[in-house]
Structures are given as structure tokens and as C-alpha cells.
Design a protein around this ligand. Structure first.
Ligand SMILES: *Cc1c(COP(=O)(O)O)cnc(C)c1O
Length: 472
């Protein structure tokens, strides 16, 4: 591709992006395609000779686009959002053009120094104390893996990396049954083993782990010669927003010298609003906190921020040359690849800088406040609509509901039929979850461009789909 054509296609891509965003409401939210249909339309081997860009671009529109689920659609109410506010997309164009590998300070000093700054902007915005520093990870899963590795190494006197886990006392990690599956995978990958992930029973409307049960489990493990290492607390669990009492968890951890990692991947963004910080009261006592600005804050995917009260323990766990610790950060030179499992690093700080400057913290707060208010309004409307019940009350902007099956038929079948009917209609996109053994439909508001009218449209789409099913 020559310079002229690089210019033309870059412009065309940018124009395409703007038009795509402008017309999103006209598209079905979830891809309306069957398994294998896209693959069948793609050649089975790469071309030997170059093809014109016109043909490639046309195939993108014709073959790929219909197989996309539109995460930036303002009526995307499924999972959690993966936002990409326009200003952060523009930053990603620039990052993509520069394509720097930012593993060390010297491989792009600006990327490192901007990362340190925007992490501190976010720390202040979330109300975390000044002793927290942090790093941008690709995903919350990676941050949680890193935190679990620190728990393991700390408990083993920093010998696990050298000696492996054979012959060691079983390393024990504690969490509730509301945590994300990334915790399980971190435990597997860290070699700790699922049977050493201790699930503490939950209680109360927020499904918080019971601190007394947590402490009892730790004591039992100590008595049995096992090695308690750390606790993963959840703030805003993926299923229905399960949230632990961080202060109580940290108090138990302190008593037993355990490391606390808080997974607030989704809910963390809401903490830029002071009124929501009650959900993570006690957070200043945690050792490690992860939240994904790519979820609710608006940063282009991927962007996960990992805060640390003591980054040295992380560097001690992950750095290849721990002698680096001697000057670690103090001469202004930080090599962030020593804070993460992958060595290579994209320049992720730029989109955070663009995002926070282009919208201002107030602009970002207003969106989150609106999302919470609109979600609560929808929950109230559904609660008053005959045939519907709210299964879990809103935690921030997430709640779950069910519709009564006709003539006492199987509830799960009806719930699945309803969520499928809603998604097939294409107006909105929702997902289901299991609550106390029974399916429920999740609803969350979080897409950057969602309006109150979009949430009102969701009410109509849900009620119409339920009425159509009942009429069958
Ligand atoms: C989304 C989510 C994760 C996983 O995040 P990734 O960045 O995709 O790894 C973990 N925990 C919670 C609570 C989440 O909502």
C-alpha cells in the first residue's frame, strides 16, 4: 500500500466509523446470523496475489458486518458494556498509526510517563488514597492473575516461582460464590488448584461473603496445616452485582496477614461518583484493586486499571530482574512490563487521557448517574407490570427480572424463550443468568450513548415480547 492509498483508506475508515456510529440504532443489536455462516463466506486459504483494497473493504461490509454484535449500540443492555467513546477511538487511531511497543520506559518514555499520570488521575477520581499506584493491564483477568500470583509468592516466602508448588503446603485463597470466573482461571493458571479456592457462603441482599464464615475457614485451614494466602473480594459481581463488605473482609485479612484483591471490573467506574462509594467502603485497606475503564467509563476496549498499595510485591513476583527494585520508580524510570504477565504492551494510556479531557470527569459522572437512575426507573416500571417480578434489585445499574410462565409451565424454559424472543427481535440485547438455581434475565444500562428513550424502548420491547409469547 503506497502513501496515497494509505491516506485514502485511512480517511475512508474514519468516515465509515462515524457513519457506523450514526446509524447504529437502525441495526439489530445482536448479530442475526447462524453458526458457520460467516466462515462459509470466507475463502479457505489466503490469496497468493495481492487483492485491491476496494474488494477487501466491500467484503468487510458484506460478509463481516452482518456477523457483528454491536457493542456500541445504545440499546445494548447485555453482559456489561465495553464502551469506546469517540474521543478514545480517535486516540486509538493515533496509537494504531504509531504502533509502539511500550514494554520499557525507554521503548516509549511518553507512554510510560502518561500512564503514571492518568493512573493517578483515576486514583484521585475514584477517591483512593495517595499511596496507591497502578498499571494498565489488558484485562481484569490478567490483573487478577497477577494479584493471585502475588498472594501465592507472598505466602510461600517468594519461593513458588523458583521451586514450584510440589512439596509446599496447599496455598488457600478465599472468595464468595459471586466472583467472576476469571478468579477460577487465575487459581488454575497459578497452579493453586480449584480445590484450594475456598467459597465462603454469602448473605444479605448484596450477596456479601459472611466475614465470620471467612474467618472460621481461615482458622480451619491454619489448624489443618494449610497456607492461607489471600482473599478476592467482589464489588459488583457479573451475575447480579454481588458485593462484599470490603471493610469487613480487610479486617479479617489484616488479622491473619492475608492479601486482599478487589475485583470491581465493572462497578469501579461508578466510584468516580462519590455517592456510590459506599459499595466499596473500606477500599483504602485493600492491597490490590482492578477496574475496567473499558467497561463503564468509556475507554476504548481494552483498558483495565490495576491499583496497588505496594507495587514492590508485584514487581518482586513478576520482574525477571528483581535487582531493578533498587531504583524501582524512584529515578522516574518505570518499566511497566515488570508489573504484568505479558511482556509486550500497547500504548493504552493515550485513550484514557483523551477520554478524561474530552468529556471531563463531570461529563463521565453524569452518564453513570443517568444510567443508574434510568435502570432503577425501568426496574420500578417492570415491578408494576402484571406478570413480571424483579429477582434482584438494582445494584448500581444492574438488576434481574423474570416473567411468569403461562399456566405454570417450566419457569426456566419460559425465561429462555423470552430472552431469545427479545434478542431475535433485535431492538435491544439482553442476557440471562442463574440466580439461586433459577434463570433470570439481566438488565444493565451502561452504553456511552444510551438515552432515557432507549431505556424506555427497552421496556416496550420486553413487554411486547412477553405478550407475544403469551399469545402463542
Ligand atoms: C468483566 C469482568 C471481569 C473480566 O474482565 P476482563 O477484562 O474481560 O478480563 C472480571 N470481573 C468482573 C466483576 C467483571 O465484570
Amino acid at each position: 500500500m503506497d502513501e496515497e492509498s494509505f491516506r485514502d483508506w485511512s480517511m475512508k475508515a474514519a468516515e465509515w466509523g462515524v457513519e457506523y456510529r450514526r446509524t447504529l440504532r437502525e441495526r439489530p443489536v445482536r448479530a442475526q446470523t447462524t453458526p458457520g455462516a460467516v466462515a462459509a463466506a470466507i475463502a479457505s486459504s489466503a490469496p497468493e496475489t495481492a487483492e485491491p483494497m476496494e474488494a477487501i473493504f466491500a467484503d468487510f461490509e458484506e460478509t463481516i458486518l452482518p456477523g457483528m454484535t454491536h457493542w456500541q449500540h445504545p440499546r445494548f443492555f447485555a453482559y456489561f458494556p465495553a464502551n469506546a467513546a469517540p474521543a478514545s477511538v480517535v486516540a486509538e487511531y493515533l496509537v494504531s498509526a504509531m504502533a509502539a511497543q511500550c514494554m520499557l520506559w525507554q521503548t516509549s518514555p511518553a507512554a510510560t510517563e502518561l500512564e503514571t499520570r492518568v493512573i493517578d488521575w483515576l486514583r484521585q477520581a475514584l477517591g483512593l488514597p495517595g499511596r496507591f499506584s497502578g498499571v494498565i493491564q489488558d484485562s481484569a483477568s490478567s490483573a487478577t492473575l497477577a494479584a493471585v500470583l502475588v498472594m501465592r509468592e507472598r505466602a510461600l516466602g517468594w519461593q513458588g516461582n523458583r521451586e514450584g508448588l510440589a512439596g509446599q503446603k496447599p496455598v488457600r485463597i478465599y472468595c464468595s460464590d459471586q466472583v467472576h470466573t476469571s478468579i477460577d482461571r487465575a487459581i488454575w493458571v497459578a497452579g493453586i488448584g480449584e480445590q484450594n479456592l475456598v467459597r465462603i457462603p454469602v448473605a444479605g441482599p448484596l450477596r456479601a461473603m459472611d466475614p465470620a464464615e471467612l474467618e472460621a475457614a481461615i482458622r480451619r485451614d491454619k489448624d489443618a496445616g494449610r497456607l492461607p494466602a489471600g482473599i478476592v473480594a467482589s464489588v459488583g459481581g457479573t451475575s447480579v452485582g454481588g458485593t462484599d463488605d470490603v471493610a469487613a473482609v480487610c479486617a479479617v485479612a489484616k488479622k491473619h496477614g492475608l492479601y486482599v484483591h478487589v475485583d470491581a471490573a465493572w462497578a469501579g467506574s461508578a466510584m468516580i461518583c462519590e455517592e456510590f462509594r459506599g459499595y466499596w467502603k473500606g477500599i483504602e485497606e485493600a492491597d490490590s484493586v482492578v477496574f475496567n475503564p473499558h467497561k463503564w467509563l468509556g475507554a476504548q476496549f481494552d483498558c483495565s486499571v490495576h491499583f496497588l498499595a505496594d507495587p514492590d510485591s508485584l514487581v518482586k513476583t513478576l520482574a525477571i530482574q528483581p535487582e531493578f527494585l533498587k531504583t524501582h520508580g524512584r529515578d522516574g524510570v518505570i518499566n511497566y512490563s515488570e508489573w504484568t504477565v505479558p511482556l509486550g504492551r500497547r500504548f493504552r494510556a493515550l485513550k484514557l487521557w483523551f477520554l478524561m479531557r474530552a468529556y471531563g470527569l463531570d461529563g463521565l459522572r453524569e452518564r453513570i448517574r443517568n444510567h443508574v437512575a434510568w435502570s432503577q426507573k425501568l426496574a420500578r416500571r417492570l415491578a408494576k407490570t402484571p406478570g413480571f417480578e424483579i429477582v434482584t434489585q438494582p445494584m448500581l445499574s444492574l438488576f434481574s427480572f423474570r416473567h411468569r410462565p403461562p399456566e405454570g409451565g417450566p419457569a426456566d424454559d419460559h425465561t429462555l424463550a423470552l430472552v431469545n424472543a427479545i434478542n431475535d427481535a433485535g431492538q435491544i440485547y439482553l442476557t440471562q443468568t442463574r440466580v439461586d438455581g433459577q434463570l433470570a434475565i439481566r438488565f444493565q444500562v451502561g452504553q456511552f450513548d444510551t438515552s432515557e428513550a432507549d431505556v424506555d424502548a427497552a421496556y416496550d420491547a420486553i413487554v411486547e415480547a412477553a405478550a407475544a409469547l403469551a399469545g402463542k
